[in-house]
Design a protein around this ligand. Sequence first.
Ligand code: FAD
Length: 468
Amino acid sequence: MHDLIIIGAGPGGYVAAIRAAQLGMKVALIEREELGGTCLNHGCIPTKALYKNAQVLSYFKKSETFGIHLDGGFSLDMDLVQQRKQSVVKTLVSGVGQLLKTNGVTVIKGEARILAPGRVEVTAADGSNSTVEAARILIATGSDSAMPPVPGMDLEGVITSREALALSSVPKRIVIVGGGVIGIEFAGIFKEFGAEVTVVEFMPAILPLMDRDIAKRLARTLTKQRGIRILVDTRVERVEKASDGSLVASIAAKDSTEQIACDCVLVATGRVSNVKGLGLDELGVKYDRRGVKVDENYETNVKGIYAIGDVTGRVMLAHVASEEGVVAVERMMGHDRALNYDLIPAAVFTFPDVATVGLTEEQLVERNIEYRVGKSMYAGNGKALTMNDAEGIVKVLASPDSSALYGVHILGPNASDTITEAVAAMNGMFTLEEISRVVHGHPTLSEAFAEAVNSLIGCAIHTPNARK
Ligand code: FAD
C-alpha cells in the first residue's frame, strides 16, 4: 500500500513524486511512455535544442558581420541535428530516472485507469494488468495537441509539434496553423533551417495573449528580418492533396481567399487535456473542455483524487505543472503554500526571444488601472550590441507613483533569463527603487531591465526617462 499514486511522469508528476517522497510519503509513479513527459520528450527541451541549432545557423548566415569567411560554405545535416536533440533528451530523461530512484519512488510502466478512489489499474505494454493502491491519487496526465475541425487534418504531411520535432528532413514549404507560442517557435526554427514559412493566425495578432506592443514588434521582426510570412485575421478552411502529392492549404481572410501550396502543414492550435481512458466519467470526476476541475488543494470533486499540470488546463507551462505538483503534495501534508497565478513567467524562444510576467498594457486598460510605461531599447545595450543581437525592448508597466510593478514584457536576446529579476521583484522582493539600487554588472543584458526601471523613477542615464 502506497500513500500516493501519481499518474503521469511529466514535469508535474515526477516533481510531485520527488517532493512527496522528501516529505515522507511512499509514492508510486505510473507512466505509459517515457519519464519526463511532454516537456522533456516532445516539448520544451527538444524544441529548445532545435532552436539552438537555428540560432547557430543564423550566426553562420551572418558570419561576415563577425569577420568570419566561411569559404567552404555550410550545410545542415538533419540526422546529426536529431542525434544532438535526442542526446540532450536522453540525458535529462535518465537524470529523472536516477532522481526518482534516489528518492525511493516506485516507477511503474503502463497505462493507468482509476478504478475507485485509492485504486488504480495499470496495463503494461504486454497487456498484463496489475492493481496499485494508495490513500490518495494525483492525476498528472498532461495534454496533447488539439486538432481543429478542418477538413484534411488526417492527410499525410499534416503534422503536430510531436512529429515536427522528429522530422528527418526540412520541408521546403511549411504552413503553420496557429500563431501562438508553439507555432511561432517552430516558424523561427524552420525558417532558419531553410524552409519557406507561412503562419496563419485566426486572431488579429500573433501571440494573442501577450502584450500587443511586444507581439507586434516581434511580428514585424519575423516578417521583415527573417522573411516569415505571417497572416493574421485569417483561418485555414481546408487542406487537400495536390496531384503531385504535395499539400494545398485553403485560407480565408475577411475579404480574400488564397490557396497555399506546401509540403507540410503543422497544426499548432492549442492543447487538450489528457483525460481519455482514465475512468473519470465512471467515478464522476468533474472536467470540462479545458480540463479537470480542482479546488485550492488541487483536489477534484471526488475526495482523495487530485489533479495538477496541463490536465487541469489552467496554465499549460512546465514550470507551472512542477510548482502545482509541489504545492499539491505540500498541502496534502498540511503545509500552507499556494501558487500566485498572476506572477507566472512565460517565454517564447524565437528571433528575438519574448518573455513576460504580470499584466499586459491591454489588461491594465481593460481593468481601468492607471499606469506608466518605462522602456529601454536593446539598441542601447552594450552586451546586446557585442552579440550583434540588439533588436528589442524592455517594457515595464508600473503604478503612476512607481510604488507597484504591474508587468514586465521583454523582446530581446535571452529575454527568458532576464525576466527572472522582474519575477523576483514582482513577488514582492524589491521595489522599483530597490531594483534601481541593485548594481547590475556590465556589460550584461540585465542592464536593459534596470534602465527601463530607472526610466520610470527618473534616473535613467542611457535612455530617455518616462513621462510623468
Ligand atoms: P506532461 O508533460 O504532458 O506529462 C504527462 C505524462 O502523463 C506523459 O508522459 C504521458 O505519457 C503520461 N500519461 C498520460 N495519460 C496516462 C495514463 N493514463 N497512464 C499513464 N501515463 C499517462 N512549457 C514551458 O514551460 N516551456 C517551454 O518552452 C515549453 N515548450 C513546449 C513546446 C512544445 C512543442 C509543447 C508541446 C509544449 C511545450 N511546453 C512548454 C508545455 C509543457 O511541455 C507542458 O506544460 C508540460 O509538459 C506539462 O506537464 P505535465 O506534467 O502536466 O504533463
